[in-house]
Ligand binder design. Structure first.
Ligand code: FAD
Ligand code: NAI
Length: 501
């Protein structure tokens, strides 16, 4: 049986880009549908951001119980006996994974309710363009499959990305896992080799280590998180990984693997030499590629760049004026909040609101231990953009009362500002809860704030947010809770330090 449905807006893919675009378009009065082949909420809610953070929270909790609780005088009782060092805490992986799944399901069912409540039609199935104005959707349900034809005035392609594979390593989710397989493991692997020391490898590798795996990271480059995070921030994480027992091999390029007894032996190239390493599971996290080779996009003439991203303009319009693209498929950074921002943007553009993608920063967070967060420019980017004189200061979490009371004092907040104007150019953080602190920095950068704006804003005590205020004060040479040599008037740029316009 085949039927045709027509809409003002048809969104393909219900990830954080697509479902947000659909809701906003419906809010603006457009007859809207969203087509989804797998799960409402996309990668992010089902096999990405949310489940990985659930696992990270659990592992963090476990580590606090093991390491910090006894020092705080909290002793776990087993059979009526208290243990001073509760090393015997059991991790029930099956239960943990079930709980993690329930977190994702709760979020995905929330998306379903929001779509319904806003009057968005949800079509379950795989969409493919048959022409520039028409999609065929292969639906499946009740054991039957069907083809629906969907026409629309505007289409939004939000079909996301998938893991990259490298020669010698095909993801089968048994031996060679992607993040999806790793998040579903219901046993802690004894020894895991992680290929790729980027976002996913470090987030999953770190929590697996805390849950009990031996973890070795093979990174092809000379540093972790190369180009995406401030070097000094990364160094703090590198030290903590080492202390926690995660082994990192730099300049190590994975080549192949084979079965060796009950284990797998990986061959990797390191500085021209072939080395071998054994493990029980392999986690391949060497990046993600946009799904632009699917959905019939090439067939209808949508232009795609050499890295596989759909070419879009500042309003996220493709070369075909009625087709828009957002999220992972429309370019870096591949982050959920960037996808959602674009989702709102395209829905408004389609509805006649004249907007463009003109953000100054897409803040980024790596949920390692401690977390790394950044907004704005790295120091090297400031220099390459012509800022010749910079004010740079750091303030440590070790000097903050809230951090000490949390027993989480590793890290700092670094502020980079233009010495001529004192305008904040970049904020880089490593430490407790920096994922929640970075939004203040993003707002400061969007508003063109000066360091004085941050320093003169009263931050409540005792909070981790005070570190932001003191880092700003430190750029002006007068942080209170570290001993600083006062800056001369010349050093603080034309003496313009303590007034605010
Ligand atoms: P997706 O979320 O990939 O959604 C695309 C949807 O389109 C999917 O549901 C797919 O099934 C559907 N689809 C594809 N083709 C078709 C078709 N032909 N027909 C119908 N449906 C189709 N980002 C963050 O910002 N913070 C994080 O903490 C974070 N953690 C992550 C952890 C992991 C393990 C991973 C893998 C990613 C993480 N990300 C994180 C990245 C984030 O998940 C992506 O940037 C985000 O999901 C992109 O959203 P999207 O809407 O573009 O695509
Ligand atoms: P990534 O791009 O972050 O890191 C990949 C790493 O693999 C790089 O360091 C690279 O040098 C290394 N590499 C490449 N080939 C290799 C080889 N043959 N051997 C060894 N190392 C090799 O990619 P990842 O971790 O897969 O994440 C993909 C994307 O997902 C991220 O870029 C990010 O956009 C998104 N993400 C975001 C998160 C967040 O916001 N917290 C969390 C997880 C993913």
């Amino acid at each position: 049986m085949s039927s045709t449905q027509s809409f003002d807006v048809c969104v393909i893919g219900a990830g954080p880009g697509g479902y947000v675009a659909a809701i906003r378009a419906a809010q603006l009065g457009k007859k809207t549908c969203v087509i989804e082949r797998e799960y409402l909420g996309g990668v992010c809610l089902n096999v990405g951001c949310i489940p990985s953070k659930a696992m990270i929270s659990a592992a963090h909790f476990l580590e606090k119980l093991r390491n910090d609780a006894p020092e705080m005088g909290i002793e776990i009782k087993t059979d009526g006996k208290s243990t001073a060092k509760p090393v015997d805490i059991n991790v029930n992986m099956k239960k943990l994974v079930t709980w993690k799944q329930s977190v994702s399901e709760r979020m995905a069912s929330g998306v379903a309710q929001l779509l319904k409540g806003n009057g968005v039609t949800v079509i379950r199935g795989e969409a493919e363009f048959s022409s520039a104005n028409e999609l065929k959707v292969r639906t499946s349900g009740d054991g039957k499959s069907d083809i629906i034809t969907v026409t629309a005035k505007n289409f939004v392609v939000a079909t996301g990305s998938r893991p990259i594979e490298i020669p010698g390593f095909t993801i089968d989710e048994q031996k060679v896992l992607s993040s999806t397989g790793a998040l579903a493991l219901d046993e802690v692997p004894k020894r895991m080799v992680v290929i790729g020391g980027g976002y996913i490898g470090l987030e999953i590798g770190s929590y697996l280590r805390k849950l009990g795996s031996e973890v070795v990271v093979l990174e092809a480059g000379a540093t972790l998180l190369n180009g995406v995070a401030d070097r000094e921030c990364v160094q703090v994480v590198e030290r903590k990984l080492k202390k926690g027992g995660v082994q990192v091999m730099f300049n190590a390029k994975a080549k192949s693997y084979k079965k060796n007894g009950s284990q797998y032996e990986i061959e990797y190239e390191s500085v021209g030499k072939i080395e071998k390493i054994k493990c029980d599971k392999i986690l391949l996290t060497v990046g993600r590629r946009p799904n632009s080779d699917q959905t019939g996009l090439k067939k209808i003439g949508v232009l795609i760049d050499e890295r596989g991203f759909i070419k879009v303009d500042a309003q996220r319009r493709t070369n075909l004026k009625h087709i828009f693209a957002i999220g992972d498929i429309a370019g870096q950074p591949m982050l959920a909040h960037k996808a959602s921002h674009e989702g709102v943007l395209v829905a408004e553009v389609i509805s006649g609101i004249n907007r463009a993608y003109d953000v100054k920063t897409v803040p980024a967070v790596v949920f390692t231990d401690p977390e790394i967060a950044s907004a704005g420019l790295l120091e090297s980017e400031c220099t390459s953009r012509g800022y010749t004189e910079l004010m740079i200061s750091k303030f440590p979490f070790a000097a903050n009362g809230r951090a000490v009371s949390l027993m989480e004092t590793d890290g700092f907040i670094k502020i980079i500002a233009d010495k001529k104007t004192h305008v904040v150019l970049g904020v880089h953080m490593v430490g407790p809860e920096v994922s929640n602190l970075i939004s203040e920095a993003a707002l400061a950068i969007e508003m063109g704030a000066r360091v004085e704006d941050l320093a003169f804003t009263i931050h409540p005590h005792p909070t981790l947010g005070e570190v932001m205020m003191e880092a700003a004060e430190a750029t002006l040479g007068h942080a209170i809770h570290v001993i600083q040599k006062p800056l001369s008037r010349a050093e603080t740029a034309n003496g313009a330090t303590v007034t605010r316009t």
